[in-house]
Design a protein around this ligand. Structure first.
Ligand SMILES: CCCCC/C=C\C/C=C\CCCCCCCC(=O)SCCNC(=O)CCNC(=O)[C@H](O)C(C)(C)COP(=O)(O)OP(=O)(O)OC[C@H]1O[C@@H](n2cnc3c(N)ncnc32)[C@H](O)[C@@H]1OP(=O)(O)O
Ligand SMILES: CCCCCCCC/C=C\CCCCCCCC(=O)OC[C@@H](O)COP(=O)(O)O
Length: 298
């Protein structure tokens, strides 16, 4: 090959990463794309690395510890500061059903921040088919439901209710049933509430504050920021029957909607953030106190 052409080619190869770096620093949409891609790649990579380790144990809720350990570093990489309020409300003697609002895949970061021991999420069946990610989820004991086949989903929930009592298992459900980036929560599906009533266990609502200060797929914006996770007082279901489920669903949703509205207001006033390891974040607001942050696990 012509040495001059080779030299030009080499320069081009060296300039490409530099151009990408400059674009990353100065173009929020490019930074958004990179960060979302990295999030998914991280999950695929960690699932691929850790599934063989999890497989040694077989399908077990104990593998949720691995899943948690795999996802916890993400908040540091993205400079997302997690504040947990009233986490002591998760310290209950027996199993329970957690219901949580669902804004985006980023909720996984909030989930692993507070998920107690022996607790598995309910997930859509489609995740099973994501290669090693599906395998990792299955090995971690995640419960899959087919949202298009109500009878089959109800059957899975009935079996889960028995397992909860027999195996001291708690369950995490996103009762909106799908991701919802909107400002208010969607109407709740009733499966989580039937589950709690069938197992006669309490419901613990958890509300994750809106991400709009640092994450917006519409505006292609993903900066550093603060996320507040608030645990609400448990709701008992002892003595309740299926006929009580609609009222139970509404009252829990109401409590969560009120907490979300309150957090939406205060989060705009009270911003502080961590420096992201993945490069520049946007400085919004001034650092303040931690409020009633309480980070502890059951
Ligand atoms: C090991 C190393 C690892 C490394 C890292 C690797 C990977 C990590 C990656 C990922 C981790 C994954 C984390 C998982 C997160 C996944 C998030 C999701 O997938 S969210 C989507 C799934 N969740 C849900 O859908 C919520 C649950 N859904 C329900 O509960 C629904 O109710 C339903 C059971 C599916 C039915 O839904 P439907 O649309 O039909 O609506 P309704 O709820 O309104 O119900 C209609 C009707 O049926 C009655 N009903 C409902 N459930 C029951 C029941 N269990 N028993 C009896 N009757 C039931 C309900 O009351 C309504 O009747 P009526 O109107 O008469 O009251
Ligand atoms: C055959 C091999 C194919 C391999 C392809 C691998 C690609 C995987 C890429 C990324 C994996 C990231 C998985 C993140 C899981 C996030 C959980 C989540 O938030 O699910 C959404 C679900 O709650 C509701 O879904 P919808 O809003 O109804 O939609």
């Amino acid at each position: 090959m012509d040495p001059l052409l080779l030299l030009l080619l080499l320069h081009g190869l060296l300039l490409l990463p530099l151009a990408a770096l400059l674009l990353y620093r100065h173009s929020p949409p490019f930074q958004f794309l990179c960060k979302v891609a990295f999030f998914n790649c991280w999950i695929v990579a960690l699932a691929t690395l850790l599934s063989p380790v999890a497989a040694l144990r077989g399908r077990s809720v104990e593998n949720m510890r691995l899943l948690r350990a795999a996802l916890l570093p993400l908040k540091h990489l993205y400079g997302i500061r997690m504040r947990v309020r009233d986490s002591e409300l998760l310290r209950l003697p027996g199993p329970f059903v957690i219901v949580c609002n669902h804004q985006a895949s980023l909720d996984l970061m909030g989930m692993v921040e507070v998920i107690p021991e022996r607790c598995v999420p309910i997930a859509k069946r489609e995740l099973l088919y994501l290669g090693t990610v599906g395998w990792a989820c299955w090995l971690s004991g995640i419960i899959f439901i087919d949202r298009c086949r109500r009878d089959a989903a109800i059957e899975v929930i009935a079996r889960t209710a028995s397992a909860m009592r027999q195996e001291n298992l708690s369950v995490w459900v996103f009762p909106e049933g799908t991701r919802n980036p909107g400002k208010s929560m969607l109407p709740f599906k009733r499966g989580a509430f039937h589950l709690a009533v069938q197992a006669q266990v309490p419901i613990v609502p958890i509300v994750i504050s809106p991400y709009w200060d640092f994450f917006s797929p519409e505006e292609k914006r993903f900066t550093s920021g603060t996320c507040t996770i608030r645990v609400l007082p448990r709701v008992e279901t002892l003595g309740l029957s299926p006929k009580d489920v609609p009222k139970l669903t509404e009252s829990v949703r109401q409590a969560m909607a009120e907490a979300l509205a309150e957090m939406s207001m205060s989060d705009h006033r009270d911003q502080d953030m961590e420096q992201p390891l993945l490069g520049p974040g946007e400085d919004r607001g001034s650092p303040q106190g931690q409020g009633d942050t309480a980070r502890s696990r059951k």
